[in-house]
Design a protein around this ligand. Structure first.
Ligand code: NDP
Ligand code: MG
Ligand code: MG
Length: 328
């Protein structure tokens, strides 16, 4: 697999262009600030509200989404995925000109056909594989987070070069940028967050905590064992893979890891993972999420409330309040 690094990329292509960053949330603030520090001219496109004030406070010129599209060459769409189609239809599409580039950091709307741009514009993706605040923090420290790049539509013949320049400007080519497709990025991103990173992880943590508490152990101890220590373990995996983590834990822990892990994540779990992946690939998950939004998110709100009231959240809040070094 080809990886792109800083020395593979010419940023001149972007230097004479104006980039509109539409949205100033997790990714928007990070990408906009990295672009600016890389010498790129940035405009922020928003509706009036909290983000607008923040972006102005951070020294950016902030304008309406329409004006940002009108005055720019590259439009990076960093609105919540479920808002993008409507904002695109009402505020972006009417202002798009031939030869402009529409950029995304996630392939959802293009891959599932919610946004269908005209043929005369470039459509590409630069997706940092990281939460927004780290995109900014790591860049400020001289590093970068890895990224994915994909070209969906190349109207100018320069779509890949321009996207690579963008990836360099936000720091991704410092760590390495992989070329992918909208389909691969979208489906693997959804699967990863559902099965492993978010859905799988929170379910594992809650089940472990509940098992200990139901057996009569104190919630404070259960919290430390099942949630707090997770970060320390994941940091070791991040630095040196499974073996680095296993090198650092005790031999007892390592032996328990080998004999117990496959009793927790079983053949049935993997079978269900394949089912989850199939539903993502067929667009069934996307359809459900789009309908959920149209209905005002009844399930989303109910489940959010239920987990906010979980005992692990209550005890965690108390314990973290004593750990002054954990940021808010
Ligand atoms: P956020 O929810 O953090 O930010 C959304 C921004 O969009 C806010 O500034 C919000 O402003 C603005 N906004 C919302 N609705 C509108 C509207 N109708 N008109 C104008 N502005 C609006 O989004 P994320 O940064 O999480 O996600 C952006 C994209 O990045 C998505 O495609 C996501 O999949 C992708 N991505 C996100 C990652 C992450 O770390 N979060 C990781 C990798 C990719 P306001 O204050 O007014 O609400
Ligand atoms: Mg995602
Ligand atoms: Mg232990």
């Amino acid at each position: 697999m080809k990886l792109y690094y800083d020395h593979d990329v010419n940023m001149e292509l972007l230097k004479n262009k104006v980039v509109a960053v539409v949205g100033y949330g997790s990714q928007g603030h990070a990408q906009a600030q990295n672009l600016r520090d890389s010498g790129i001219t940035v405009l922020i496109g928003l509706r009036t509200g909290r983000s607008w004030q923040q972006a102005e406070k951070d020294g950016f010129e902030v304008v309406s989404v329409k004006e940002a599209v009108r005055r720019s060459d590259v439009v990076q769409m960093l609105l919540p995925d479920e808002q993008q189609a409507r904002v695109y239809r009402e505020e972006v599409a009417p202002e798009l000109r031939a030869g402009q580039m529409l950029l995304f950091s996630h392939g959802f709307n293009i891959h599932f056909g919610q946004i269908v741009p005209p043929e005369e514009v470039d459509v590409a993706m630069v997706a940092p594989k990281s939460p927004g605040h780290l995109v900014r923090r790591v860049y400020s420290q001289g590093g970068g987070v890895p990224g994915l790049l994909a070209v969906h539509q190349d109207a100018t013949g320069q779509a890949k070069e321009i996207s690579l320049a963008y990836a360099k400007a936000i720091g991704c080519t410092r760590a390495g940028v992989f070329e992918t497709s909208f389909r691969e990025e979208t489906e693997t991103d959804l699967f990863g967050e559902q099965a492993v990173l978010c859905g799988g992880m929170t379910a594992l943590v809650k089940a472990g905590f509940e098992t200990l508490v139901e057996a009569g152990y104190r919630p404070e101890i259960a919290y430390f064992e099942c949630l707090h220590e997770l970060k320390l373990i994941v940091d070791l995996m991040y630095e040196g893979g499974l073996s680095r983590m296993r090198h650092s834990i005790s031999d007892t822990a390592e032996y328990g890891d080998y004999v117990t892990g496959s009793r927790i994540v079983t053949g049935d779990t993997k079978k269900e993972m394949r089912q989850v992946l199939t539903e993502i690939q067929r667009g069934e998950f996307a359809k459900k999420w789009i309908l959920e939004n149209q209905a005002g998110r009844p399930l989303y709100h109910a489940m959010k409330q239920m987990d906010a009231n979980h005992p692990i959240e209550e005890i965690g809040g108390k314990l973290r309040a004593m750990m002054s070094w954990i940021g808010k």
